[in-house]
Design a protein around this ligand. Sequence first.
Ligand SMILES: [Zn+2]
Length: 282
Amino acid sequence: MFRKIALIIAALIAPLVIHAEHKPPSPPQSLRLYVFNCGSLNISDPERFRFKKEELATTNMSVACFLIVHPKGTLMWDVGAVPDSALKPGEKSALEGYATITETLKSQLEKIGYEPSDIQYLAFSHYHYDHIANANEFGNATWLVRKIERDAMFAAKPPDRVNPANYSALKDSKTVIIPTDDYDVFGDGTVVMKLAPGHTPGHQVLFLKLKKTGPIVLSGDLYHYPEERTMKRVPTFETDQQQTVETREKIEAFLKQSGAQLWIQHDYAANAKLKKAPQFYE
Ligand SMILES: [Zn+2]
């Protein structure tokens, strides 16, 4: 009898013990950036971006997710277009609308020693569905968000191109409403979110000061196709087109002044060349 009870208790606490054993990697000495493969968008007609097919190198877009590991903590930046749960065991890919994934974000985090619950801060460039798919996995993190963006996400009538079910857990998350255009996440100027509105009202880009790689800016959807930048085309579905034009000018000036490279997150060709986790930029 006692043995049976002991066994039952052991079985009950086993998952807790295993969980308690998990420890995220110890913080690095200097800033690191991991790039994850969060799939691609197969766009047949780029009309919404004011392009004809033949004007573009490819109509496909990459979807990237990023983990920033700072000596003082971790920040997830954008979490994919298709939730991990859509990729069934044994399947090679999962398709939702025109978004495809071939591996889960969770499995890629695991490979570098992290579980979603380890992550300290969560931020999105903006609320569109292709940047927030795995948000519910990061309900333990502190969400860094602009008030105007959060209000739109939880409005009675949410904006177009959002999927509220995929971020419902954030409603009760620990949340920091970002009070300033620039927000220095770890207080040393190496990880700074910069307000870049137009695509959505609280759209932002992320400035990173990496020791070896140098300064970079993760674009969010300031541009999608690299041709938007060179040919100065603005998509049709911005919340404010004129604001996008002004924001682009402001960010281009910042790039010049800071010497930062711009990484266009949806740039299919550029993304293909990036080192993916477990490799990292530092
Ligand atoms: Zn996007």
